[in-house]
Design a binder for this molecule. Structure first.
Ligand SMILES: Nc1ncnc2c1ncn2[C@@H]1O[C@H](COP(=O)(O)OP(=O)(O)OP(=O)(O)O)[C@@H](O)[C@H]1O
Length: 608
């Protein structure tokens, strides 16, 4: 089986692989290709048939011309019998027309085939990456995913739609042409084969050099995408820290590298194109000259010589396409390797084999000896250290602690974005790893800091918590968390598109929408990563009131950044270096005079 060192996206950035690794990568690419093509077997066979037939049709033309000149024409000249000449002309017309129709047909068939493969591959990548665990997404940047979905898919499409059909066509036409040439005048055939030596050398040189050139353009274009995506996703930070000039400079540098890499490739074509034309013309001249001697010696008919010249010209015509194919092939193979790597990744958080149903959850959580390391058991950095906790149903927990203490990690384990490295985490006595995923998602909802709104209306955004909710239920949820007032004031009320002008909402309002979403979802356990952005006082009060409603009658874990939130908690957990160091009600912890008491005193001072 495949070596683990290159499994999935591992080793993606390396440029050298061992033979075993290369084989593993090649095998997974082929497996992917096979799985994409095998359902299209019938279409592939039909396309291949049409391509072969069209090449045969086109290869017959010059032989017909030779036959017309050497056999039919003399009868018209000598006996006035035009029948054979007209017959040959009509046959040429039929062959030409048939060939053209077949070319038209196979162009359509290849397009169909390509699009069928592309839609399947595009869907697979999207579905798969969407299902991969948070661990994958936190490590693999969105710029890289975008590259897979855009430039890599384009390379594969280019190969399938254009280059591959051109190659097959060129090879078939070349083969049939060579056979026909040998049949009509084998000496010209031998001459053409001899010219194959400088031809092969030229193509070889081009493929080696262009491989380097295209690799460079691909690397630089990936850097361009990453640079662009990073700037755009971080546009707020870019503008806030006035990074525009520096970014302009970096972007200009990468753009210039891209220009240079492209020029390098174009220069290669500047040698290949005239080289092919020159070799073609030399071969035609030699065939013509040698043929002419033999015509004068009566060893070769004029028509046969004309056909030989036409065949030689036919042969050189599509060679540039062959060189182009070799290039698209290289980039498509590299793309396929990367795409198949992403598809080979498996969610680290696996669905249970025998899911345990929990139709109605009470919301009692337990951590039994839970330890967690982001890199798995071999990672030396312990982020959660032997955590034992029992959170009874209906309790509101506030998690506080220094930055990096492990609060978000603890929350991510409860939401099962990650599984514990050691120990177990249960909801109502059932290990989260065994719980039915649909029941788990219904029972545990996490509201993140960013309060993300999807494109669509405000109502659709709230209904995310319960897709079959009626407009009345959506409104009731908004009223419950105090969001109704501002939503009703939007240009189209609940039907306002959040991405359109006028539909733009403030950070606090976005939070209220995400609260309404969670309220409607009505989970037994709510995890809330409180936004750190400071709201103005009226908004903060609004959010605090909404929070009270939202937390009633359910288990809640709040990563509390504001001590005003801590006041509404039943219990406070103070975390430090992956451990819970204080645990009690806010009052108890203040009385204890420990870390929380210190934080609380500092907060009170800041209010004074
Ligand atoms: N995806 C990740 N991969 C590797 N390490 C991570 C990852 N996410 C967090 N960490 C590390 O785990 C530790 C705990 O991080 P965590 O985000 O849980 O802290 P936190 O208490 O929520 O901090 P904050 O209040 O700043 O959000 C940190 O040292 C952090 O660097």
């Amino acid at each position: 089986m495949s070596p683990e060192t290159v499994r999935g996206t591992r080793g993606e950035d390396r440029s050298n692989y061992t033979r075993e690794e290369s084989r593993a990568i090649r095998q997974r690419s082929l497996r992917l290709l096979g799985s994409l093509l095998s359902p299209l077997r019938a279409l592939i066979i039909l396309t291949a048939g049409v391509v072969i037939l069209s090449a045969v049709f086109r290869a017959v033309g010059p032989t017909l011309i030779a036959f017309g000149i050497d056999e039919a024409l003399p009868r018209a000249v000598e006996d006035g019998d035009w029948g054979p000449t007209i017959g040959i002309s009509l046959a040429y017309l039929a062959i030409g027309g048939g060939g053209a129709a077949l070319v038209g047909w196979y162009v359509v068939l290849i397009a169909k085939l390509t699009q069928a493969v592309m839609i399947e591959l595009r869907t697979r990548i999207f579905r798969h990456t969407q299902r991969l665990s948070l661990e994958f997404h936190e490590g693999y940047t969105s710029g890289r995913i975008i590259s897979r979905q855009t430039s890599d898919l384009e390379s594969i499409q280019e190969l399938l739609s254009g280059s591959l059909s051109e190659l097959i066509d060129a090879v078939l036409l070349g083969t049939f042409t060579l056979i026909a040439l040998f049949l009509i005048d084998w000496r010209s055939g031998v001459l053409l084969v001899c010219m194959g030596i400088p031809l092969t050398l030229l193509m070889w040189w081009f493929v080696i050099e262009s491989q380097k050139g295209f690799r460079a353009t691909r690397t630089v274009s990936a850097r361009l995408i990453v640079q662009f995506v990073e700037t755009m996703t971080g546009i707020r930070a870019v503008q806030a820290f006035r990074r525009e000039k520096r970014n302009d400079k970096t972007f200009a540098k990468v753009s210039d590298d891209y220009r240079r890499a492209n020029l390098r490739v174009v220069n290669l074509f500047g040698v290949l194109d005239p080289g092919l034309v020159l070799l073609g013309n030399i071969t035609v001249a030699l065939v013509l000259l040698w043929g002419a001697f033999r015509v004068t010696d009566n060893a070769l008919a004029v028509g046969a010589l004309l056909a030989a010249v036409l065949y030689v010209r036919n042969f050189f015509g599509p060679l540039e396409e062959v060189a182009m194919f070799l290039n698209s092939y290289q980039s498509a193979v590299a793309a396929l390797e990367k795409v198949s790597g992403v598809l080979e990744e498996e969610p680290t958080v696996q669905d249970p084999e025998h899911p345990v149903a929990l139709p109605v959850a009470r919301g009692a959580l337990r951590f039994d000896d839970v330890s967690f390391r982001y890199g798995g058991a071999d990672d030396p950095r312990v982020v959660l250290d032997d955590c034992n906790l029992a959170i009874p149903s209906g309790q509101t927990i506030a998690l506080v602690g220094t930055t990096g203490a492990g609060k978000s990690t603890l929350a991510k384990l409860v939401a099962r974005f990650y599984d514990p490295t050691e120990g177990r985490l249960t909801l109502d006595g059932i290990d989260l790893r065994e719980l039915d995923p649909a029941d788990m998602r219904r029972a545990i909802v996490m509201v993140t800091q960013e309060a993300y709104l999807f494109s669509g209306t405000v109502a659709e955004n709230i209904a995310l918590g319960k897709p079959d909710a009626t407009p009345e239920q959506i409104r009731a949820a908004a009223i419950a968390v105090g969001a109704d007032e501002f939503i009703s004031a939007l240009p189209d009320g609940y039907d306002t598109d959040v991405n359109k002008r006028g539909g733009r909402v403030s950070a606090g309002q976005r939070q209220l929408v995400s609260f309404a979403r969670a309220f409607l979802a009505d989970p037994a356990v709510l995890i809330l990563d409180e936004a750190t952005a400071s709201l103005d006082l009226p908004s903060e009060r609004l959010v605090q009131d909404a929070l009270q409603t939202l937390l009633a009658d359910r288990t809640a874990i709040i990563i509390a950044h504001r001590l005003s939130t801590v006041a509404i908690a039943d219990r406070v957990l103070v975390m430090e270096h992956g451990r819970v160091v204080e645990d009690g009600s806010p009052g108890e912890l203040i009385a204890l005079g420990g870390r929380f008491a210190g934080l609380h005193a500092a907060w009170e001072d800041s209010l004074a």
